[in-house]
Design a protein around this ligand. Sequence first.
Ligand SMILES: *Cc1c(COP(=O)(O)O)cnc(C)c1O
Length: 492
Amino acid sequence: MFFVSTRDKEDKVTPSQGILKGLADNSGLYVPHRIPKLDISIDRLSDMTYQEVAYEVMKLYFTDFTEDELKSCINNAYDDKFDTKEIAPIVNKDNAFFLELFHGPTIAFKDMALSILPYLMITSARKNDVNDDIVILTATSGDTGKAALAGFAGVDGTKIVVFYPNGGVSRIQELQMVTTKGDNTKVVAVEGNFDDAQTSVKKIFTDKALAEAIGKKGYRFSSANSINIGRLIPQVAYYVYSYSQLVAREEISNGDLINICVPTGNFGNILAGYYAKKMGIPIAKLICASNENKVLYDFFETGIYNKNREFVLTNSPSMDILISSNLERLIHLSCGMDSAQNLELMNDLAWDGSYQITDEMKKNLKDFYGGFASQEETCLKIREMYDKTGYVMDTHTAVAKCVYDKYVNETGDNTKTIIASTASPFKFTRSVMSAIDSKYDSMDDFTLVDELSSIGGLKIPQAIEDIRNADIRHNNKCKIEEMEEAVVSFLQ
Ligand SMILES: *Cc1c(COP(=O)(O)O)cnc(C)c1O
């Protein structure tokens, strides 16, 4: 297996090189040169633990890792940092299967990949005789930041810098990041939105002069964003696992089609679901759920991607994104991995803020259905679900549930469906509790945590207890154009 850049078919790397680099030259993304088929039956997978399934998936992509290396990465990642042995449990409520991806250390689905990425990266460095310290640069819409900090804090041979949009994340998300310990960490609030921060990070990555300058000091950059294949591939595992678990529980028979519905921002999570389908998991529709930043909904409707629009700050901030980086990987697939054609479209995006795909490419995307939910619909759905079942969804999961219900109404398709449940409601306590009852509006954040625990019958996650009384350790702010300087000064 090798990985190839979406923007240059001559740019090929081994899996470990791809993980180390993060982003290809001229901002291309690495993709597997072909998507492998699972070489084990679903019946056998349905007897396996999460860790065993993860191995069966990842071994097909990370082919230059030995069995011992990969298993050691997996077992170090998916251990009792997660609050359940199942790692990703499935909860059946109101005609949908909620795949709860938030049982890791920072209570969002980003833990599913970021708890393993540091191990993959250190192993990759060893494999390639890299002795430089690896500097992880991360732009976050709120959840990647803390998950990456938790993964890399204190890891020898790494440093990590996280940029989040000032005022663009929930109070709990912000507290999780700014209370992070570890000398190798730096957290900066940026005056701009996620897209600005991500674009600027990509620029820092591709700055050759800067790479050379920090190289002289013994550093090299890599990425913890889902542009890194070391992030994307581990996410495929939970789609394979959830299907095989539904078979094990006799909710479906082996071979039955299912749909998946994913609350989407940077398009990494849903793309992992598409990879699972291509590997042989019987997935019919991939329902892409957006919030009011519905650039992806418009794209699937019209074939035109257009980011020239108002950026809306919503109550599902981790999806407040107008440039969905991983869509590029799907575009590249939809034009038959033609890197020249993909490059042209991505240049259109960079220069004009929009591009249009061909009818032929659009036909290749027919498995995707785009939908969106307004903030008001999202709040109503949280309340409706709570009143009906007692189950408390976070705002992102609620966006997905709204879109799923719209999809069923519109199409009458009753295929069993997995909804990716991407965050614990404790991470967005204020929005969730206000949606349930306006009497909560006046309470402070940690009172709301206690109220949520009581009305939902939910144990307060350790991640929340950890920040209740923690000291603020990071108090940095900068402008978009000062981000590079912030990185350089951290490395002094
Ligand atoms: C990151 C995130 C998303 C969006 O996932 P993508 O892979 O960026 O599409 C959705 N919900 C939550 C809670 C997230 O943290």
